[in-house]
Design a protein around this ligand. Structure first.
Ligand SMILES: *Cc1c(COP(=O)(O)O)cnc(C)c1O
Length: 351
């Protein structure tokens, strides 16, 4: 395999910084399952406080946060309303069907974002024949939607529909803090209408592992039981939770740089022959682009870029995704854009 010098595959590709490793090495630890790990407790308090929720629990991954939230809130046969591009629909191995036994009702949002009217339409009338609509789920930012930000007003109006119908409102906040940094809306305001939400530590925050799920004290108590059942309860987890504490203190504001880098990359490739950047406006740290008019498939472009030491994800047959993060500099972003230019021009000359 060619060495990858510039990895834009995902913001999960970061390595812990030296300062983060120091924080991890020196963290006070105890038994997490017994509530005796001081660093994990601190991380959970920080996140609960930031989100304005009563309690929080440390999880190995964001996927486990989603699956456990669904397990707590739903019963088999219930239905969850979510955007068609949602991670819980497309990227969690059918977990909602496997664990909670629930149905998923995809809604066709724009860039991963749907309206209160669409949510309203998706809710089923109570009938013996129909599954029971139980939850509305949204993603902040909407990953496959383009790293797009759910506006606070839209969240509030969809949340009002959930409330009116007695439904649970859940946020997959894998990149909530990207939305916070880009929009200036406090995390607490975004979080307010939700019964449960979580944020990922291993994405733009740059931690090696972990996510934190938050909600009411009662919800978190039930989530803890599922965590125990599923083997997610840990021991001296402070060693990894310390990375999260460090990231919340040092890596949040800097995500603005990632957003500027995404914008820079989008502009650098926007006018290349056959490339269509979608959408024109880059909101956070992701750039999706269509390559169908270059004469190459995403897989071919992916491989030719790899040969030049640049990794860019192939999202679809003709769709590629760049994600910026703290392990790529502006200079590397410029080099990556240059590599795309070379490959695309070569292909257009060959045609
Ligand atoms: C990455 C991601 C997840 C899953 O998080 P993991 O920590 O990888 O399990 C869920 N939702 C979205 C939108 C994501 O991007």
């Amino acid at each position: 395999m060619a060495t990858i010098d510039i990895d834009l595959y995902s913001d999960t590709q970061t390595r812990p910084t030296a300062a983060m490793r120091d924080a991890m090495a020196s963290a006070p630890v105890g038994d997490e399952q017994r509530g005796e790990d001081p660093t994990t407790n601190r991380l959970c308090e920080m996140v609960a406080d930031m989100l304005g929720k009563e309690a929080a629990v440390f999880m190995p991954s964001g996927t486990m946060c989603n699956q456990i939230a669904i397990l707590v809130h739903c019963r088999p046969g219930d239905e969850i309303v979510a955007d068609r591009t949602a991670h819980i629909i497309n990227s969690e191995g059918g977990g909602p069907a496997v664990f909670a036994g629930v149905m998923l009702k995809p809604v066709d949002g724009v860039r991963g974002i749907f309206t209160a009217e669409q949510a309203q339409e998706a809710i089923r009338r109570a009938r013996r024949h129909a599954p029971r609509t139980r939850m509305i789920e949204i993603e902040q930012t909407a990953n496959s939607g383009g790293g797009s930000i759910w506006p606070l007003e839209t969240i509030r109006s969809v949340g009002a529909v959930a409330k009116e119908h007695g439904l649970i409102f859940h946020m997959d906040g894998a990149r909530l803090l990207n939305a916070v940094v880009a929009s200036g809306v406090p995390a607490r305001d975004f979080a307010e209408p939700f019964d449960s939400l979580w944020l990922d530590l291993s994405k733009g925050l740059g931690c090696p592992v972990g996510a934190v799920l938050a909600g009411s004290a009662d919800f978190i108590e039930q989530a803890w039981q599922w965590k125990q059942r599923m083997g997610g309860a840990m021991r001296q987890s402070g060693s990894i939770a310390a990375a999260g504490v460090h990231a919340l203190e040092h890596h949040v504001d800097r995500m603005a740089e990632d957003h500027e880098n995404a914008q820079f990359f989008a502009e650098a490739i926007a006018n290349l022959p056959g490339i269509r950047v979608e959408p024109d406006r880059i909101e956070t740290n992701m750039v999706f682009f269509d390559v169908s008019q270059t004469g190459l498939t995403a897989a071919e472009l992916h491989q030719r870029l790899l040969d030049r030491g640049v990794r860019i994800g192939e999202n679809d047959q003709y769709r590629m995704r760049v994600v910026t993060h703290l392990d790529v500099t502006r200079d590397q972003i410029a080099k990556a854009a240059e590599a795309v230019r070379e490959v695309v021009l070569e292909a257009s000359h060959a045609a």
